[in-house]
Design a protein around this ligand. Structure first.
Ligand code: C2E
Ligand code: MG
Ligand code: MG
Length: 647
């Protein structure tokens, strides 16, 4: 444009100059007047100015033409370079629409120029880069900066290639991006070669499991994570029991094939987040993270042992193999990776000594405890089937009237050899083994049935309290189970109270609150058992639908002598009443305790002073009675309370 303007101006200048030259003809000289002469001088002067102007225009014209010719040859040179380069080059406008691709691009991607122009580089997007990657790219190039990265791109035929690429923004004189030039190299061979080297350094080629090097790294990383999580980590060493014999007698090919299947079976027993590695030969390791309880490790170890003991079909051979496992726990056994490895190894040898096809913990004490636990769990399963559980009942007495207001059902296990086993010895095992829900259902059914059967005609059925542990509040098992049980008793809640401890409230509070409201909808009351122990929080009393507070025995034991405990009990009673809740004091053994509790306005008491927990036959005699300390029903002369008891 500018060139044309200059040329036009030049032509006009030339025309004017020609006119002047014509007017300035020397033949006119003799006839000129003075004014004519002045005009002549003026014209000469103008001539000089125009001549200068024309000269400048001529110089500009020549320079620009030269410059253009130079640019054109530069462009020709550049495009010839781009056209002949082995690099992948393309140019896009500032919105990323492709304007030019070189043959290198066509060769690397499989897309022709025709197919690529007008599209965006998404054409070769592999989906292997995160959104963050692209955000970084755009933020850099839009600010006028180069972006250099290793890209994974997809060819037209679907295969991937690695491109080491630089994207350069082209800026105009106002520093605005007008275009982007992408230049890159296909480095797939180099990258894949490196990946292969990495793979060989960290994986076992036979089983494709992580090798010793990667195992060590994974262990360190897992330990660091566990340190922050306050959970347990289990490290297991596994060794096939009769691998050498198979390898020697059937040959290495069979041995190798067996190891491959063993690796697959081991992997199938663990979660995605855990890892199995092969240290070499027939030695494997398993790292289990996020373990809440040693039982989780036991469950996996049992699964592993079971998986390997199933016969293997390798070609024509049916092989029987077993595995020995050594287990160590972080942080219980040791804190260092090296020490944990040694522990697990030692435990594994111990497992071999003890007859193979099993697992051993590093600490002998733990192994004994685990064995005991497993035996107990098995026995408890049978106890439920064989109806070895029994219920005892402890009356809860109304302090104002002295009447047996309700009874707490307390579970016992009538063990064939050990006799009557108290609940604290086996309820934790029921909780961990998942047996707590069926046992709780049994307790609910049995206690409602027994109390109804034991209540004489014409006497109101007394209230019944049943203990529910935290394990019942996972999922919605407890509401379903209670609903079913009540349905079998015509839906009548019959003064049923469920006793829960504060540990229940510490779980997922939202969930527990919903369950508690569902239970209340069934017409059931809720008592907070053992109040004052554990993580007591006054807000629990306000936030959950609790009807009754049971003051723990620990506060009652030393009253009235221990003034601090007296103050605590007085405060709990006052606060509970203030919130509209009933108060029961547990573990009342003396008259002095009774009197103080009465003075403090406690509603009911439960304890050996009135009665120990007793079998249903003895409980039957207490239903509807007015009790006196010592547990004797008040004599008939005191009226017939059975008829008047409000239960
Ligand atoms: P808990 O619910 O606090 O039950 C009261 C415990 O205190 C009972 O122990 C009872 O025998 C004892 N006790 C009552 N009065 C006195 C007293 O004056 N002095 C003393 N020293 N102790 C007294 P038990 O029967 O051994 O039960 C212990 C715990 O086992 C119960 O504590 C309860 O948490 C749990 N439990 C009992 N039965 C069941 C059940 O069916 N299901 C569940 N989940 N837990 C149960
Ligand atoms: Mg209780
Ligand atoms: Mg209690």
């Amino acid at each position: 444009m500018r060139n044309y303007k200059n040329i036009t101006l030049g032509v006009i200048g030339l025309l004017v100059l020609t006119g002047i030259l014509v007017l300035d003809e020397p033949s006119h000289e003799g006839v000129l007047t003075d004014a004519g002469k002045r005009y002549h001088v003026y014209l000469n002067w103008m001539y000089g100015v125009f001549a200068g102007y024309i000269l400048i225009l001529a110089i500009l014209f020549v320079r620009q033409t030269r410059h253009r010719l130079h640019n054109e040859s530069e462009m020709r040179m550049l495009s010839s370079i781009a056209e002949h380069a082995t690099d992948i080059i393309y140019i896009t406008d500032n919105r990323g629409v492709i304007e030019y691709v070189n043959p290198g691009f066509e060769r690397a991607t499989g897309y022709s120029r025709h197919e690529a122009i007008g599209k965006t580089p998404r054409l070769v997007k592999s989906g292997k880069h995160s959104d963050d990657f692209y955000r970084g790219l755009w933020s850099s190039v839009l600010r006028g900066r180069e972006f250099r990265e290793l890209f994974v791109n997809r060819r037209k035929d679907g295969s991937l290639f690695y491109e080491e690429k630089t994207i350069t923004p082209i800026l105009d004189k106002d520093k605005k991006v007008t275009q982007f030039i992408s230049t890159g190299k296909d480095v797939s061979e180099r990258v894949l070669g490196q990946e292969k080297i990495n793979y060989l350094a960290h994986f076992d080629t036979l089983t494709e499991l992580p090798n010793r090097v990667l195992f060590r790294r994974s262990l360190n990383e897992a330990l660091a994570r566990t340190r922050r999580s306050e959970k347990l980590l289990a490290l297991m060493f596994l060794d096939l029991d009769n691998f050498k014999r198979i390898n020697d007698s059937l040959g290495h090919d069979v041995g190798d094939a067996l190891l491959k299947v063993v690796a697959e079976r081991l992997k199938s027993c663990i979660r995605e987040t855990d890892s199995v590695s092969r240290l070499g030969g027939d030695e494997f390791t398993v790292i289990l993270e996020n373990i809440n309880h040693v039982n989780n490790a036991i469950a996996i170890a049992q699964k592993l042992v079971h998986a390997i003991v199933q016969p293997f079909q390798i070609g024509p051979h049916t092989l029987h193999v077993s595995i020995s496992i050594g287990i160590t726990l972080y942080p219980l056994d040791d804190a260092e990776a090296d020490l944990l490895i040694k522990n697990a190894d030692m435990a594994m040898y111990h497992a071999k000594e003890l007859g193979r096809n099993g697992f051993q913990f590093y600490s002998a004490e733990l192994t004994t405890r685990v064995n005991e636990h497993m035996r107990l769990e098995g026995e408890l399963r049978q106890a439920l089937e064989r109806e070895e559980f029994v219920l005892h009942y402890q009356p809860i007495v109304d302090l104002k009237t002295g009447l047996v207001k309700s009874a707490e059902a307390l579970l016992r296990w009538q063990h064939p050899e050990r006799g009557l086993v108290p609940p604290n010895d086996f309820i934790p095992v029921l909780e961990e083994s998942g047996l707590i829900m069926p046992v709780t259902e049994w307790v609910l059914n049995k206690s409602i049935q027994q109390m109804r059967d034991a209540t004489p005609k014409g006497v109101s059925i007394p209230g019944l309290a049943v203990n529910i542990t935290a394990g019942c509040f996972r999922g919605n098992g407890i509401t379903k189970c209670t609903g079913n049980v009540l349905a079998s008793f015509d839906g009548d809640p019959g003064g049923l109270t469920l006793e829960i401890t504060e540990s229940v409230l510490m779980q997922d509070t939202q969930h527990v609150s919903v369950l508690m409201h569902n239970l209340k909808d069934l017409g059931i009351k809720i008592a907070l058992d053992d109040f004052g122990t554990g993580q007591s929080s006054l807000s629990h009393l306000r936030n959950f639908p609790i009807d009754v507070v049971k003051i723990d025995r620990a506060f009652v034991r030393e009253i009235p002598d221990n003034k601090n405990d007296v103050a605590m009990v007085a405060a709990i009673i006052a606060m509970s009443h203030g919130l509209g809740k009933q108060v029961v004091a547990e573990g009342v053994e003396t008259e002095a305790q009774l009197e103080l509790l009465r003075d403090l306005g406690c509603d009911s008491i439960q304890g050996f002073l009135y009665s120990r927990p007793v079998p249903i036959e003895q409980m039957a005699a207490l239903i509807g009675q007015r009790l006196q300390p010592g547990g004797q029903p008040v004599s008939a002369s005191a009226g017939n309370p059975r008829q008047t008891a409000t239960l």
